[in-house]
Design a binder for this molecule. Structure first.
Ligand SMILES: Cc1cc2nc3c(=O)[nH]c(=O)nc-3n(C[C@H](O)[C@H](O)[C@H](O)COP(=O)(O)O)c2cc1C
Length: 331
């Protein structure tokens, strides 16, 4: 099973420095993202970056060591690239681009979800930012399914991939859906058919461990972003981690008991092989018995490691007495 990566969602007015610090200190979160920093035509001074992401003073990590990405929001590729470069210079662990914000003021000023109407603009913004910052830091993107039409997620996701996004988070709703449940996780497998080279992070409506399990089943993802779930259950990330650890224990136990079962079976099978050899010898002769026993052993070798070792050794023996003696040693 692939390891699962869990992201704390950026939430303006919620997941600020204090909450990020507190939540990541409990464990379970692999990455955080700042609240969005709006970019118009200006390069923000360092002080603004530090206000949104005080973690830039500590290697872009929370005190418990969880990396924090700086999220930028805007519609102009040039200024976004300049600000992304500044984030890089200040040591950001990554830059995330917001294409999902539904706020009317933001959309009116050509930012957030309004950009989902044009895959060319998404491509242009991501590729310009990607080119502006060295490859050593990830440039990621976060989209909704669309502005009003969810089907545009396919072209938008492809544009993000072609532009060089390091990963793509999908909040599985359109802008028009707002936060109305349910999140439409069913779009993610369709996106994954088109976008094969970058990881997809599933986001939306994971409030419980059961939601996580269903989202994983429906999307086939191994990366998940969780936002509002932490407000109703601050221990959700750890509960998911405990569930995953339990799954792994069950899986390991099942593998061990299956291996043990095959080994026990082999002990019985090798006795049967000897009886089979003796009876076949009596029935026709030792040469016939040798050839028949090899034939059966070859079949057993497909399942049992011990049978395979014995078969590889015994297959060249032609003399029945020698063959029988070697068979005897296998017990
Ligand atoms: C109060 C609030 C503020 C948000 N602020 C941001 C933001 O700054 N950047 C962003 O990309 N998404 C933002 N979002 C969207 C969340 O990151 C997430 O995509 C959405 O809540 C769905 O995930 P959830 O069901 O796990 O909450 C915000 C959501 C809420 C509820």
């Amino acid at each position: 099973m692939k390891p699962i990566t869990l992201y704390l969602a950026p939430m303006e007015g919620v997941t600020d420095f204090v909450l990020r610090d507190l939540l990541t200190s409990q464990g379970g979160i692999d990455f955080c993202t700042t609240e969005f920093l709006r970019v118009t035509d200006k390069l923000h001074p360092n002080s603004v970056f530090l206000r949104y992401c005080p973690e830039l003073q500590t290697g872009s990590k929370t005190r418990s060591g969880t990396p924090v990405f700086v999220q930028l929001l805007g519609g102009q590729a040039g200024p976004l690239a300049e600000n992304a470069y500044r984030a890089y210079q200040m040591g950001a662990a990554g830059v995330d681009l917001n294409f999902g914000c539904p706020a009317k003021t933001v959309n009116r000023h050509d930012g957030g979800a309004t950009l989902l109407k044009s895959c060319d603009r998404i491509f242009n913004i991501i590729s310009t930012v990607r080119k502006a910052v060295p490859l050593e830091i990830p440039v990621t993107a976060k989209i909704r399914l669309g502005f009003d039409d969810p089907s545009v997620c396919l072209d938008n996701a492809k544009a993000a991939e072609d532009a060089g996004a390091s990963h793509l988070t999908i909040h599985c709703r359109t802008k028009m859906d707002g936060y109305k449940p349910p999140a439409h996780w069913n779009w993610i497998p369709k996106i994954k058919e088109k976008v094969k080279t970058i990881p997809i992070v599933a986001n939306g409506d994971i409030f419980t461990v059961n939601d996580f399990i269903h989202c994983r089943q429906e999307t086939g993802c191994d990366r998940f972003m969780i936002g509002r779930g932490i407000m109703s259950d601050p221990f959700l990330f750890n509960k998911i981690r405990s569930h995953l650890a339990m799954e792994e224990r069950i899986q390991n136990h099942a593998t061990e008991s299956m291996a043990q079962e095959i080994q026990n079976e082999w002990r019985v099978s090798s006795e049967v092989m000897q009886t089979f050899f003796d009876r076949s010898s009596d029935y026709i002769n030792g040469y016939f018995a040798t050839s028949r026993t090899k034939q059966w052993l070859k079949g057993l070798a497909l399942r049992s490691k011990e049978a395979k070792i014995l078969f590889d050794e015994i297959k060249v023996i032609k003399n029945p007495t020698e063959f029988r003696a070697r068979l005897n040693q296998s017990l």
